[in-house]
Design a protein around this ligand. Structure first.
Ligand SMILES: NC(=O)c1ccc[n+]([C@@H]2O[C@H](COP(=O)([O-])OP(=O)(O)OC[C@H]3O[C@@H](n4cnc5c(N)ncnc54)[C@H](O)[C@@H]3O)[C@@H](O)[C@H]2O)c1
Length: 323
């Protein structure tokens, strides 16, 4: 896809995720592009006017006045190049929606679902042509977070994946192709593994909710924004790399894995952990979270740009032994 192309993007369902995508498109599509929204809530226009401005604090290439609110799904998709669905996380709704979209959308339109967990193969069950649908899973909030997990079904056509990758690459995002459909995809599986151990540690009295968060925010949080777990521990192993790391402290790693917390939803930890989180945080200021995250990402982008221009190598993390 040419980054200068004038796109017609149709967003279906504009709650938390859809509206954040609207903010992204407003700031990244070319001025002559079009953004159409279809959402079943009766007060959609007032809701968008009141809520959308809170999402963008940046230069907009497309004026918010260029948003068209469609009255029907058919009207929204009929001449769209990209149809991005962020409706409820409900298989029945998504199956019916794609079957109807397919009836009215142009044959070469890209069809993307934001789902956190319903595979494209299930959503496409009532479609005539199952090769068209692709999961494009964002990390909340998508107008700030660079990651998009692209999760094709076994039937999704290669060309759909390729055109989708190009679209996001050209807008400075990080689209990662996930090779197999799997519950929760990758980012959430990693996050939920940490959440499970966090709950276990709080529930068994090792640490409080607020101290656990401070530990993450003061250690692996910043580190992992710079280098993921493999690169970090490869550096941590000194000259021996990841293998050296396991030679040095593999036994401790195994000890932690043996002792990992096996909490499950509904097993009695909820009352205390939820109460503690409410007491410590009340309502989290997401605007502040987003502002600081954006600043952090700006620094990372600036540093990566410098590295590409200056050093011409991706692997500049010096090995510093340790965890
Ligand atoms: N919230 C997150 O953190 C997050 C992160 C990544 C992906 N997702 C996925 O994004 C999707 C949307 O999640 P959300 O949190 O924004 O939900 P949400 O409830 O905030 O928004 C859903 C919107 O869809 C509208 N809607 C309901 N039925 C509809 C229909 N038939 N046609 C059109 N619009 C309809 C609702 O009015 C609402 O505005 C889900 O599939 C979810 O799994 C959510």
């Amino acid at each position: 896809m040419d980054s200068n192309t004038h796109f017609k993007v149709a967003l279906i369902g504009t709650g938390t995720i859809g509206l954040s995508f609207a903010a992204f498109h407003l700031s990244h599509l070319s001025p002559a592009s079009h953004l159409t929204i279809y959402d079943t809530r009766p007060d959609i226009e007032q809701y968008i006017n009141a809520t959308l401005p809170k999402f963008y604090g940046e230069h907009l290439s497309l004026s918010p006045s260029r948003i068209h609110i469609a009255k029907t799904l058919q009207e929204a998709v009929t001449d769209a190049h990209i149809i991005q669905e962020s409706g409820p996380e409900n298989l029945t709704v998504k199956r019916a929606l794609w079957a109807e979209v397919e009836r009215h959308a142009p044959k070469n339109a890209l069809l993307w679902s934001s789902t956190s967990g319903i595979p494209a193969s299930q959503q496409a069950q009532d479609m005539q042509d199952k090769t068209r649908l692709l999961v494009v899973h964002p990390y909340n909030p998508p107008h700030i977070m660079p990651l998009l997990e692209l999760v094709p079904s076994p039937a999704t056509h290669q060309d759909v994946v390729k055109r989708t990758q190009e679209f996001w690459h050209q807008r400075g995002r990080v689209p990662i192709l996930i090779q197999k459909e799997i519950t929760g995809f990758v980012a959430n599986r990693l996050a939920f593994a940490l959440l499970r151990e966090s709950i276990h540690l709080v529930h068994s009295g090792v640490v409080s909710v607020s101290d656990l968060d401070k530990i993450v925010e003061s250690s692996m949080g910043p580190r992992w924004a710079v280098a993921g777990p493999f690169k970090s521990y490869h550096a941590g192993g000194g000259p021996g790399g990841l293998e050296g790391f396991f030679t040095n402290i593999g036994q401790t790693v195994q000890g932690c894995w043996d002792d990992a917390g096996h909490v499950n939803v509904g097993e009695g930890w909820e009352e205390k952990v939820f109460k503690d989180a409410r007491e410590v945080y009340g309502m989290v200021d997401t605007a502040e979270r987003d502002r600081i995250t954006r600043r952090l990402l700006d620094v990372l982008e600036e540093e990566r740009g410098k590295k590409e221009v200056g050093l011409g190598t991706q692997h500049t993390l010096e090995p510093t032994p340790g965890t």
